[in-house]
Design a protein around this ligand. Structure first.
Ligand code: 6R9
Length: 641
């Protein structure tokens, strides 16, 4: 990206005030911002007090060796105890922890906190019998079933560091992750249900295990045939016969809790390391504050896969630390019909719903009539995560899922940040479609120019975090140097998130996508996000992905891929004119290609590299991290490639 700040082309003036009832009873009020900025460390110490510590900390933050932070120094805590046992001890053992909904209809389970305690204890005893001890690494390659959360909590209880690998990843992806973490155990299942059929997992593990792996622990989920070796152990044979008692040991606040790999655009995946006390403090606080979670009345559903950081922080650790009742769904949103998610919301009376813009745009494409068939009146807070939410998708979500009145929290954060960093508070903030708004209380962020100078309101630049935060990544597993180089070396003392952002006239923040994706057209920086949002604001466009393609005249030219909404042919000239009208002639795409699907990762992020290959007429590169590799065939067919 050049010296010039990111463009600021999009005009979006709609505003939504928090509903007065929600504002009146909100967990967090405006006062929290002032309280936190008066004494940030005292604020976080107070939030850490939400948890039950075996030994209090001596110091809130040790930042004497930046960027290597230590939070709650000297404190000791057990995460599984905080997420499970403590609720049972407080007399809430009968409260539902998880309503689990399998993909095959009628296949559901209800798991109370007392059930969860028994299962986690048995699993911890089973892992101990397999020789897993504190400090070992355990890889988890699972479908979305309750045993996945149980396995994570059992590791946390023992102090074994888990590395969850998304169940859609290939042999190579799993193997490099097992190797890098030197996992001693892999926990998997025979398979899981996806799109109406069992989908195997165990054969991938069989090919991916390396020398360090002593055992593979296998949950029987689908009952499909699996190959078996001496190394393999059935979960039901080992775990079911264990004692239901297990005494949790307290772990140091900085004990490694988990490694989660992010692929990045180049090179070997980065093992993002999160530790114990600070991580749980911030996921617990943010789950309470951002979703206004009320443990006695709310039914919470985060639709993420547990292989994504959102699943770690907002399906497992955040909600359980707050004694939440959550829904977990195993399968895809269109099985056996396109209203499955809304049917689940109706069935369980979901009150807080957290999903990704990619899913929202898919539902827009499927049409308003589908959610309209279900009662969604229980919903009182909606959330979004994973990429900037296009204003049009925001308004559709509010209108069709939120009955035109439910606040939407657009939550910006990363695998690296561990927990939500920038978001509206549903009882405080006036929502603006497309804006993540302000850093949360206790969090400090800014938008800076090339020289690390804070930009004025109304301008764009680079999003940075300028104070350490409790759930920050501690390093890249085994590679401190890469940690410093990747995140902390661009400007002294600032964490560079890799995202572009702008401050509007009120000083509120709008995320503009990864800076690597910013296009340079005739000397102007144009954000892919803004052009995509302009396209999605046209009634005939459901989804759009934009890339900069090399162009002899303009340096880069805008190439857009759109998925149509509604029936009939799409007039691409009309779409080009619409973008020119919305953002200005400079942002008019050189070409627009109509496609049935877009290449995406599991967390819904568009893999622009692949689209760039198409736009520049190259052979299509590595597609192994796509959520669904068949998408590429559909695109090639539509474009006659
Ligand atoms: C939680 C998660 C991180 C990247 C991040 C940014 C994008 C996530 C966003 C958002 C705009 C939001 N991102 N949430 N951009 N608005 N509300 O997604 O983690 O998979 O590591 O991705 O996702 O580009 O830098 P991760």
């Amino acid at each position: 990206m050049s010296q010039e700040a990111l463009s600021n082309l999009l005009q979006e003036n709609r505003r939504f005030a928090p509903p007065s009832e929600l504002a009146a009873g909100a967990n967090v009020t405006e006062a929290a911002y002032a309280e936190a900025s008066a004494d940030r460390l005292a604020f976080w110490a107070k939030q850490a007090g939400r948890l039950s510590w075996a030994k209090p900390w001596d110091e809130v933050l040790d930042w004497s060796n930046p960027p290597f932070a230590k939070w709650f120094v000297g404190g000791e805590i057990n995460i599984a105890y905080n997420c499970v046992d403590r609720h049972v001890e407080a007399g809430r053992g009968d409260k539902v922890a998880f309503y689990w909904e399998g993909e095959p209809e009628g296949d559901s389970r209800v798991i109370t906190y007392a059930d969860l305690q028994r299962e986690v204890n048995k699993a911890a005893n089973a892992l101990t019998e397999l020789g897993v001890v504190k400090g070992d690494r355990v890889a988890i390659y699972m479908p979305m079933i309750p045993e996945t959360a149980v396995a994570m909590l059992a590791c946390a209880r023992l102090g074994a560091t888990h590395s969850v690998v998304f169940g859609g990843f290939s042999v190579d992806a799993l193997k490099t992750r097992i190797e890098d973490a030197q996992a001693k155990l892999v926990i998997t299942a025979d398979g899981g249900y996806r799109r109406g059929a069992p989908s195997a997992l165990k054969p991938t593990v069989d090919q991916a295990v390396t020398d360090t792996v002593e055992n593979v622990l296998v949950v029987r989920r689908t009952g499909q045939d699996v190959d078996w070796t001496d190394r393999d152990v059935w979960w039901h044979e080992l775990v079911d016969r264990q004692s239901e008692e297990h005494v949790p040991e307290a772990h140091d606040a900085e004990h490694p809790l988990f490694i989660l790999y992010t692929s990045g655009t180049t090179g070997k995946p980065k093992g993002i390391l999160h530790t114990t006390g600070g991580y749980l403090t911030q996921v617990s606080y943010t789950h309470d504050a951002v979703f206004d979670h009320k443990p006695d009345t709310d039914v919470y559903w985060c639709t993420a896969d547990v292989g994504w950081v959102t699943g770690h922080s907002y399906i497992v650790y955040g909600p359980l630390s707050n004694g939440a009742t959550s829904v977990i769904y195993e399968g895809t949103p269109d099985t056996p019909h396109k209203g499955r998610w809304w049917e689940i919301i109706q069935k369980y009376g979901v009150t807080i719903f957290y999903t990704a813009p990619t899913a929202i745009r898919t539902f827009m494409k499927w049409g308003d009539a589908i959610p309209a068939q279900f009662s969604l009146s229980s919903i009182r807070v909606l959330g979004s995560v994973g990429e900037p939410i296009n204003p049009e998708a925001y308004v559709w979500y509010r209108q069709n899922i939120g009955a035109g009145k439910t606040p939407i929290v657009d939550t910006w954060w990363q695998t690296e940040t561990g927990a939500i960093m920038i978001s509206p508070l549903p009882g405080v903030t006036h929502g603006k479609p497309g804006a993540a708004m302000r850093p949360l209380p206790g969090i400090s962020a800014d938008v800076v120019d090339e020289n690390a100078q804070s930009v004025p309101d109304g301008s764009g630049g680079f999003l940075v975090l300028n104070e350490p935060w409790p759930s920050m990544l501690r390093t890249i597993w085994g590679d401190d140097e890469r940690f410093v180089k990747t995140y902390w070396s661009r400007w002294d003392g600032l964490y560079f998130a890799g995202d572009g952002a702008k401050k509007d006239e009120d000083g509120d923040l709008w995320l503009l996508g990864r800076v690597d994706d910013v296009m340079l057209v005739s000397g102007h920086n144009i954000s892919t996000t803004e052009v995509e949002s302009a396209l999605v604001s046209h009634p005939r466009v459901a989804e759009a992905a934009v890339v900069g393609a090399t162009d002899a005249v303009t340096g880069q030219a805008i190439a857009a891929f759109v998925i149509p909404r509604g029936e009939g042919d799409v007039d691409v000239e009309e779409l080009r004119a619409h973008v020119a009208k919305t953002l200005g002639p400079i942002a008019k795409p050189r070409q627009i290609l109509v496609v049935p699907e877009l290449p995406k990762t599991r967390s819904g992020k568009i893999v622009r590299r692949i689209l760039q290959d198409i736009a520049e007429g190259r052979e299509i590169g590595d597609a192994t991290t796509l959520a669904d590799t068949s998408v590429m065939e559909a695109i090639k067919k539509a474009l006659n490639l």
